[in-house]
Design a protein around this ligand. Structure first.
Ligand SMILES: CN1CCN(c2cc(NC3CC3)nc(N)n2)CC1
Length: 157
């Protein structure tokens, strides 16, 4: 198996709402999600996360916190998606719609799980609770069925 390193950044405002984007094209089109993408050569993972955030919604993150790591495997597919999850509460700029994303602020109680990746309903509550970083593993069959899942806390010490 090979790993594809990806980023996912969740933005929170002072009202504790969360900024999600409706993906307009490509992988995950039609789903609400945080912002992210691939890590380019010569980039650290946090640098890639910050770059993708700006490209996808116009905000500049001034501080990123690593909140978790998610591994996604797909039956009969050798590529594991290794998604590094970050949060920012310190950012500047104006939220804009881009070619990739239509951003919208959500109250926590209104997060549209029915229109998000299936796994989000599993790990988002753990993310929202805060605390130690989390590790999640999801084995998908197609894009609509999770065959196996694992979610645990990983203290760095
Ligand atoms: C650049 N990316 C792509 C992958 N990604 C995913 C994936 C995901 N599930 C996987 C079955 C697809 N679930 C969330 N919430 N995000 C984050 C952003």
């Amino acid at each position: 198996t090979t790993r594809k390193i990806l980023t996912l950044t969740l933005v929170r405002n002072v009202a504790d709402e969360i900024l999600l984007g409706l993906k307009k094209r490509g992988f995950g089109e039609g789903k609400w999600n945080g912002f992210g993408g691939k890590v380019e050569p010569g980039e650290t993972i946090p640098q890639a996360a910050a770059r993708e955030l700006t490209e996808e919604c116009g905000l500049q993150a001034h501080y990123l916190t690593k909140v978790g790591l998610l591994d996604f495997e797909f039956v009969n597919d050798p590529v594991i998606l290794e998604v590094h999850v970050f949060e920012t509460r310190q950012y500047s700029g104006t939220v804009i719609e881009t070619e990739e994303m239509c951003p919208k602020w959500y109250k926590i109680e209104d997060i549209p799980f029915q229109n998000m990746w299936l796994d989000d309903a599993v790990w988002f509550p753990r993310y929202l609770k805060g605390g130690p970083q989390f590790y999640g593993y999801f084995l998908y069959k197609g894009f609509d069925t999770i065959l196996k899942q694992e979610l645990k806390s990983t203290d760095l010490s």
